[in-house]
Design a protein around this ligand. Structure first.
Ligand code: NAD
Length: 290
């Protein structure tokens, strides 16, 4: 790494908290080294309180771009000069470019693209499909909007009746107004509707994070009759690699049980392209890190 850094090295940041667990710095730095690109990627512990100063710092130092994670994905939007159409619809930004290092900051969201690419990688096509989705927070919204733009026929979103519910209603409205996809939102408490929806879907996506600490022994599906040999089950969680949901799906013969690693890789690859203009060597990164 030290051999690579020069007086010309361009910096890409990652701003979030907590962030020390993230795989993104390793992934991007390995890809820069593999392609011989004179960039470095560093994580900074930044919350909403430090965000304004951080943005000033990015402009002042000519930091070339940044990934953005919680709690800053929505909070960063007012500080940007431009926001891409998909990030505007999603209402959240996970990637920022600083055009030519001159301080013009443009926000994008690559989470939805990452999820769609991860499915494609497993041979799963969303076009024309009925999808049941649990979770309509940051990840769920990005997935819902991208799946709708990629031609999903129906998106049936289920969410618990918490503060995110109104966001889910708004997402459904945006999808129905802007795409050909038919979207609905139902309270997850209606378990019969949830089971019926999965029985009519070819893909079930869990974007709630249930299955991750402290809920690692929890799954939103516990009825084996819900799992069919033609059902694809996708959980956005990648730590643990196999959540209770994915284990349950495998044991009961689902067509595929896919974890969130691919989504993480491909959202990073899409950001890498925005930062550098180059394709991330994804097969190399997969061999190295997965
Ligand atoms: P968020 O807080 O914005 O949304 C969480 C969603 O889960 C909401 O819809 C909420 O209503 C729902 N929820 C919370 N607790 C629940 C429960 N007990 N039962 C049912 N629903 C519940 O969070 P987010 O940013 O959308 O992240 C969600 C998960 O996605 C996290 O685990 C995160 O690590 C993961 N994620 C993965 C990737 C990836 O690249 N693989 C990218 C982004 C997020």
């Amino acid at each position: 790494m030290t051999e690579r850094l020069t007086g010309h090295t361009l910096l890409i940041s990652l701003i979030a908290t907590p962030i020390r667990h993230s795989m993104s710095p390793t992934m991007h730095n390995e890809a820069f080294a593999k392609l011989g690109l004179d960039y470095a990627y560093l994580a900074f512990e930044v919350g909403n309180k430090e965000l304004k100063d951080t943005i000033q710092g990015i402009r002042a130092l000519g930091i070339r771009g940044s990934n953005v994670s919680m709690p800053n994905k929505q909070a960063i939007i007012p500080y940007l000069d431009e926001v891409s159409p998909e990030a505007t619809l999603i209402g959240a930004v996970n990637t920022v470019t600083n055009v030519d290092g001159k301080g013009h900051l443009v926000g994008y969201n690559t989470d939805g693209i990452g999820a769609m690419e991860a499915l494609k990688d497993e041979g799963v096509e969303v076009k024309g499909q009925i999808i049941t989705l649990t979770g309509a927070g940051g990840a769920g919204t990005a997935i819902a909007i991208q799946a709708a733009f990629d031609g999903a026929k129906e998106l049936r979103i289920f969410n618990i009746h918490d503060t995110v519910y109104s966001n889910a209603e708004e997402t459904v409205r945006k999808i129905n107004e802007n795409t050909e996809c038919k979207a609905t939102i139902t309270d997850l408490a209606d378990q019969e509707a949830f089971k019926t929806s999965i029985s009519e879907s070819s893909i079930y996506i869990d974007a709630t994070g249930v299955g991750m600490k402290p809920l690692e022994d929890t799954s939103l599906i516990n009825d084996p009759t819900v799992i069919r040999p033609d059902l694809v089950v996708f959980d956005v969680v990648y730590s643990p690699r196999e959540t209770k949901l994915l284990k349950f799906a495998k044991e009961n013969g689902a067509k595929k049980a896919i974890n969130g690693l691919g989504m993480m890789l491909y959202q990073g690859a899409a950001a890498f392209k925005l930062f550098t203009g180059e394709d991330m060597p994804v097969d190399y990164i997969k061999d190295l890190l997965f």
